[in-house]
Design a protein around this ligand. Structure first.
Ligand code: FAD
Length: 358
């Protein structure tokens, strides 16, 4: 009798929810997202800002913490910039140590593991660039969860769209594993809105990550050196215009025409894997399935056949222009403007007609 009364009292105050609602409530109640971010020159790198945009679309009010690591003044400048300029960031976590001075994935993965143990985030997001692709799966292994990579769409907090078969099909994936749900996102699919950088009235708090329990052992990895191209051209992953050369250029010497054209247009230079394998340019210029994914406003391809693995990296470009002497080249099937012609005639003509960049 007493039990029945208690149950009755409880029932009056209990809101019954369906199983799916319960799953949603139980996963969203403490929803919070950690974005793993890169910085350079005192600001957050563009792909990491796209990761914040993706994190925002996981759920309107979900708090977003940004994790930055490194050492020196530029780390703290980047933290202040993130805290004051991005309205969707609610907290900035800073791991200030020489251990993160070099871009090694091992200490970063351990850092993410440490931060997750303290923060119990429901989601961890990073950009799907070489940094994110290196760090996130290692961190996921330490946390014993399966990451979802290359996400291009977020339907709801645990349902994502990602390409498969070199971008020939899209699949919708529902994450049903334990927290955290770990994602790498394609930055080209989460463009940064113009108003996303804004001085906000309330700066997000910045806190230091307690590294007293950090395990410094790097295992078999060792930092050797870091080289990067010294160029004033825009970064390939974020450029508004990309000029790409393929095997049709025939030599590294001829490939300089592509560079000249890019300089005139203020564009980034891209290359096919065949051009990279032939030694025309270094492999950090490779666009495609096993290279960089780009989606510029204008993509110009010279002497590129349009193999499926190349298309996987540039198909989302807004306007595609192709120059190829073979009218049956597959690149023409995706090109908005196609010119059947010899690139050794077309590029010099373009160089002559285009004005010098101011
Ligand atoms: C697992 C895997 C991953 C891969 N990942 C990538 C990747 O990330 N990126 C990538 O690009 N490829 C990738 N590839 C390679 C891909 O399959 C193609 O081999 C490569 O993209 C071809 O490069 P290309 O178009 O420069 O060369 P080709 O296919 O040799 O095409 C050269 C083109 O130049 C044209 N041409 C020649 N001379 C002239 C001229 N004078 N004027 C105008 N046109 C001319 C020809 O008509 C031809 O269409 C991958 C392959 C595999 C198996």
């Amino acid at each position: 009798m007493a039990t029945g009364m208690i149950l009755g009292a409880i029932r009056k105050r209990t809101v019954l929810v369906s199983a799916s609602q319960f799953l949603f409530l139980s996963t969203s109640r403490f929803a919070s997202t950690l974005v793993i971010a890169e910085h350079e020159g005192g600001v957050i790198k563009a792909p990491s800002v796209s990761a914040v945009v993706a994190a925002k679309s996981l759920g309107g009010d979900t708090p977003i913490s940004l994790l930055l690591a490194g050492s020196g003044p530029s780390l703290h400048e980047a933290a202040s910039h993130a805290a004051s300029c991005y309205p969707s960031i609610s907290k900035v976590l800073v791991a200030d140590s020489d251990k993160f001075k070099n871009p090694l994935a091992e200490p970063w993965a351990k850092l993410v593991h440490l931060v997750q143990q303290k923060g119990d985030y429901s989601h961890i997001v990073a950009a799907s660039n070489s940094f994110g692709k290196n760090v996130l799966p290692r961190a996921a292994a330490l946390l014993n969860v399966s990451p979802i990579t290359d996400v291009i769409g977020i339907s709801e907090s645990h349902t994502f769209v990602r390409p498969i078969y070199a971008g020939n099909a899209l699949c919708t994936v529902r994450y049903t594993g334990a927290n955290p749900c770990m994602l790498t996102i394609r930055s080209t699919s989460f463009p940064v809105p113009k108003n996303s950088v804004d001085s906000k009235s309330n700066e997000a708090p910045i806190s230091q990550v307690d590294l007293s329990t950090f395990d410094e052992d790097l295992g078999r990895s060792r930092y050797v050196s870091h080289t990067s191209q010294d160029t004033e051209r825009p970064d390939l992953g974020n450029a508004r215009i990309v000029i790409t050369g393929g095997r049709g250029l025939k030599s590294a010497e001829n490939f300089k025409m592509i560079e000249k054209l890019a300089n005139k247009l203020g564009a980034a230079v891209g290359a096919t894997r065949a051009a990279v394998d032939a030694g025309f340019v270094p492999n950090d210029l490779q666009v495609g399935q096993t290279g960089k994914i780009v989606a510029p406003e204008l993509y110009m391809a010279f002497g590129v056949s349009g193999a499926i693995q190349h298309l996987a990296g540039m198909i989302d470009s807004k306007v595609i222009v192709a120059v190829n002497k073979d009218e049956d080249a597959p690149i023409f099937q995706v090109a908005d403007y196609g010119l059947v012609g010899d690139l050794f005639e077309v590029i010099p003509e373009l160089l002559e007609k285009l004005p010098e960049k101011k």
